[in-house]
Each structure stands twice: as structure tokens, then as C-alpha cells.
Write a protein that binds this ligand. Structure first.
Ligand SMILES: NC(=O)c1ccc[n+]([C@@H]2O[C@H](COP(=O)([O-])OP(=O)(O)OC[C@H]3O[C@@H](n4cnc5c(N)ncnc54)[C@H](OP(=O)(O)O)[C@@H]3O)[C@@H](O)[C@H]2O)c1
Length: 278
């Protein structure tokens, strides 16, 4: 090894081999148990598939039973993993608690929790009532709190855990005509950042991943309801919308053993769309 100006840094840090060869990246996810919320299509489904491909046991959920069964079969056919598929509405406290109970009966502990939900409708301030705001709060924030409450005791007991919140690039740079999403999602970031501090001593990392424009049903619906979304591609330095699997790859890394020193961050997977420095 050429020690150059840095001395023998490889042996100092104890992880580089003598030829500076790169070793294959093992994410260390084999046989971990991962609960991926709102995962019958789109980003959630893609994350569940990616984690199953890495050898994790995955639990998926959604309200539509037919889509749930279809997604379960698809993931099982593409991987050698068995998928637990649970139907229910995560905004509903009773249904959410049933989903948590059922999961813990099957697996005892959830090592990895990925929170996710459907997106609120597009529109401007005066188009929404107080009811719409309350509904958005129960759609976006309440399930995150409920799921963390359900799975945290097991993570603390084993002194290992990964929590990821899927939010949106809107939490850093508001998106026109999406006031409900822009305003309510930031509360999840406050929760996640605070929890990262509270749970670090239990070896539980907590991070926020912010999708940019990604080719899913949600984006299709937004483009149909708000034509300006179609021209959003021009604002993306990479010049295209993301594929869901590109988003999932980032999540898989953050929940892995390899990301053991990363907590409290907000990671954008947006093709460079955000223009701020941080
Ligand atoms: N795609 C993008 O470009 C983009 C960008 C930024 C942020 N986001 C946000 O990221 C999240 C996921 O986006 P996506 O594009 O994957 O959305 P999507 O294609 O609409 O998929 C949403 C998934 O959530 C499930 N779901 C919705 N409400 C649920 C509930 N109450 N309980 C349980 N499951 C529920 C849906 O299944 P059921 O309908 O069967 O319940 C479906 O599996 C959304 O909040 C979206 O706004 C997306």
C-alpha cells in the first residue's frame, strides 16, 4: 500500500484492506424484519420489493385488498421471501392498531419501520375547509406517530432499529398548488429530527427521505389534476422523473447496517430539483 501523505490510514481506521480494493457492499438486511407502510403501489411497494430483494422479511399494507394480494404475489415471485400482507386504513386508529398487533404476533420485533401514506389533494388555501386540514393531519402525521409507538418498544429492547419517514421534497421547498402537503408534512420532519436525538442512545437511527417527482400513480394523478406538474421535468437538472426503484435504493442504504452512523438527516432523491444549498 502506498502510504503517501496520509500515513497508514487503512490500518488506523481498520477497515481498508491492504490493496485498497473495494469489497462488495453487503447491506446486512438478510432476515431483518421490515414494515413498509402504504406499500401496495408506488414508492412504498418499491421499497418493500427492494428490501425483500436484500433478504428482509417484509410486511406490506394498504386499503385495497385486490392490490394488496397482487403486490404480495409480485414481491414473492421476484424474491425468495414470504410477504405478510395486511389490509387496513392506517389513518384509522383501530385498523392501524390491528395491523400493528398482527405484525407483532407474526414477527415479535420489527427491525425496520418505513412510514408512508397516500398524498393529500392538490389545491390552494381557499379551496380547503378545516375538515380537509384535519383529514390531512390524520392522513400524514397520525399514522407515523401510531406506527412508531407500536414498533419502538421492540427496537429499544433489542437496542437496534431503523426508522425512515417518506415525506416529500415539499418539506424543504414548497410546491405550488400543494398547500396541504407543504404545510402538514413538515411536522413529520420535526418529529423525526427530535426522535433521532432521543433514540440514538438505543442504537436506533431515524431519518427522513424526501422523494422528488417520481413515476407513480400519485404523480400521474397530479399531472391530470394540475397540468403545470407536467412541465416540472424542465426544473429537474437530471432532466427526467425518477423511477420508484431509484428512490427505494436510497432507503435500502439508510436502513442498512452500512448506514449505522447516519441519523437525523433529510435525504432528497430529487434529481437535483431543490435549489437551496442545504
Ligand atoms: N410520486 C411522487 O412524485 C411523490 C413526490 C413527493 C412525495 N410523494 C409522496 O410520497 C407518498 C407515496 O407516494 P406514491 O407516489 O407512492 O403514492 P401512490 O402511488 O398514490 O401510492 C400510495 C400508496 O399508499 C397506500 N395508502 C394510501 N392511503 C392509505 C391509508 N390510509 N392506509 C394504508 N395505505 C394507504 C395506497 O394503497 P391503497 O389505496 O390501497 O390504500 C398505495 O399503496 C405520498 O404521500 C406522496 O404524496 C410522492
Amino acid at each position: 500500500m502506498n502510504e503517501g501523505h496520509f500515513g497508514n490510514v487503512g490500518s488506523y481506521f481498520g477497515f481498508l484492506n491492504s490493496d485498497f480494493e473495494f469489497c462488495a457492499m453487503d447491506l446486512g438486511l438478510k432476515n431483518k424484519t421490515a414494515f413498509v407502510a402504504a406499500s401496495t403501489q408506488g414508492l412504498g411497494k418499491s421499497v418493500a420489493l427492494e428490501l425483500a430483494q436484500e433478504g428482509a422479511n417484509v410486511i406490506i399494507c394498504g386499503r385495497n385488498q385486490e392490490n394488496l394480494e397482487k403486490t404480495k404475489s409480485e414481491i414473492e415471485n421476484k424474491t425468495d421471501r414470504k410477504v405478510l400482507a395486511l389490509a387496513g386504513d392506517l389513518s384509522d386508529e383501530i385498523e392501524r392498531d390491528q395491523i400493528i398487533k398482527h405484525t407483532l404476533r407474526a414477527y415479535n420485533v420489527v427491525d425496520i419501520l418505513v412510514t408512508n401514506s397516500g398524498g393529500p389533494p392538490a389545491g390552494k388555501f381557499e379551496e380547503f375547509t378545516q375538515r380537509d386540514w384535519d383529514k390531512t393531519y390524520h392522513q400524514l402525521l397520525t399514522p407515523v406517530v401510531g406506527l412508531i409507538n407500536g414498533f419502538l418498544p421492540g427496537m429499544k429492547k433489542q437496542q437496534w432499529g431503523r426508522i425512515i419517514a417518506i415525506t416529500s421534497m415539499a418539506v424543504k421547498q414548497p410546491i405550488n398548488n400543494l398547500i396541504l402537503s407543504n404545510a402538514v408534512r413538515v411536522s413529520i420532519v420535526g418529529l423525526i429530527k427530535t426522535l433521532a436525538n432521543e433514540l440514538a442512545s438505543h442504537n436506533i437511527t431515524v431519518n427522513n427521505v424526501m422523494p422528488g417527482y417520481t413515476e407513480t400513480e400519485r404523480l400521474k394523478e397530479l399531472i391530470e389534476s394540475t397540468p403545470s406538474f407536467a412541465s416540472a421535468r424542465a426544473e429537474i437538472p437530471l432532466g427526467r422523473f425518477a423511477k420508484p426503484e431509484e428512490f427505494a435504493a436510497a432507503v435500502a442504504f439508510l436502513v442498512s447496517e452500512r448506514a449505522s452512523y447516519i441519523t437525523g438527516i433529510s435525504l432528497a432523491v430529487d434529481g437535483g430539483w431543490m435549489k437551496g444549498l442545504f
